[in-house]
Design a protein around this ligand. Structure first.
Ligand code: PLP
Length: 360
């Protein structure tokens, strides 16, 4: 197999995107609500989609703003809550773009390590006992990017109790919740303590990223403030895309798409895990139970920078652990299996093993 094989991007491959379903949803959106789909609208987003999301989360529509991808929801939330020198708790490792967005705002980031069942709550307790006063704790609760782990129900309760005691907000960044291979995830923290949580999710991982539709759920007051910020920035989000997503969801295509994506991801995660076990037995990792990513640890003495360079030379790419941490990560790598088929996975692992051997 020639051409580059990419384990780098957390995006679905074209064969698992329901293009025909999107075509039908687009035709329906334009036929049934041409006015709504083509107008500016307002910053809260396309109203039928906003109501659909509100119902899914059992909140009032006024508690929801639908944005151009959840990255925009993050940016608006940070603009409202994170100032120069605000303390923010992040997971270690965490999504590189979140680190970048928070660092650019001048936030003082406090990183808490992840265990197999999510955030090390003891370490967070210690940090808070030592006088930390965070405005916000950013947490990716399900199939974390990049670590793949899921925050246990007990730890969700413990985190919410700490948020209550120390008066900070939990930012639950949750684009992977629907992609559990067993079909199960603990309840959202939003449902457990709505007054302590602002919640973001996205259609990027379950429908397609190009549609750029995500959302934020929070208190009516906060969503109102964020809506004013959004109005001043762009008047309204992409109404046509939101009208298409609404038809896609309301017509039942979303559930089918989730099933298809989930089945493909489970198969790819299995193929990747098996190929790695066979070709690189020294690589340490947990088998993914959902989501897009496999997070792996190199043995002592092997640096991810060197492996990355050798891998690129052999036409295979992944993301270095160092991208997901403020410091450290030299022995970690993230392999995304969402954008590659089974054949490519096997060939890609073969190239990775060659790269590895070239360094040993
Ligand atoms: C944790 C997390 N949040 C947000 C996003 C971005 O989502 P969107 O495409 O909706 O902007 C991603 C995408 O990789 C992600 O992993």
């Amino acid at each position: 197999m020639s051409g580059e094989i990419s384990f780098a991007r957390g995006a679905p491959s074209l064969d698992i995107i329901d293009v025909e379903g999107l075509q039908r949803a687009a035709a329906q959106a334009l036929a049934e609500d041409p006015g709504g789909a083509t107008a500016y609208g307002t910053a809260v987003g396309y109203l039928p989609l906003r109501s659909w999301i509100a119902e899914r989360h059992n909140v009032a529509p006024e508690q929801v703003i639908v944005t151009n991808g959840s990255m925009q929801a993050d940016a608006l939330l940070f603009e409202r809550l994170v100032g120069e020198a605000s303390e923010v708790i992040v997971e270690r490792p965490t999504y590189d773009r979140t680190l970048l967005a928070l660092s650019q705002r001048g936030a003082r980031l406090q990183a808490i390590d992840l265990a197999a069942d999510g955030l090390e709550i003891g370490a967070l307790e210690q940090l808070l006992a030592g006088g930390a006063r965070p405005a916000l704790a950013h947490v990716i609760p399900n199939f974390q990017n990049p670590a793949g782990c899921t925050l246990s129900r007990e730890k969700r309760e413990a985190l919410l109790a700490l948020a209550e005691r120390h008066d900070f907000m939990v930012f639950e960044d949750d684009p992977y919740a629907a992609l559990s291979f067993s079909g199960e995830v603990p309840p959202t923290m939003l449902s457990m303590a709505p007054e302590r949580v602002t919640y973001a999710s996205s259609f990027s991982k379950t429908v397609c990223p190009g549609v750029r539709v995500g959302y934020l759920v929070g208190s009516e007051e906060l969503i109102g403030e964020i809506t004013r910020l959004a109005t001043g920035t762009y008047i309204s989000p992409n109404m046509l895309a939101q009208a298409i997503v609404y038809r896609f969801c309301a017509g039942g295509a979303l559930e089918r798409s989730i099933e298809r994506v989930r089945a493909a991801l489970a198969e790819r995660a299995k193929a990747l895990s098996e190929a790695l076990c066979e070709a690189l037995p020294e690589l340490d990792f947990n088998r993914p139970e959902g989501g897009y990513f496999l997070w792996a640890r190199l043995p002592e003495g092997l640096d991810v920078e060197d492996l990355h360079r050798a891998a690129i030379e052999r036409g295979v790419i992944f993301v270095k652990g160092t991208d997901f941490m403020l410091e450290g990560g030299e022995r970690h790598l993230r392999l995304a299996y969402s954008g590659v088929g089974i054949e490519q996975i096997r060939a890609g692992v073969g190239r990775l093993a060659e790269a590895w051997r070239s360094l040993r």
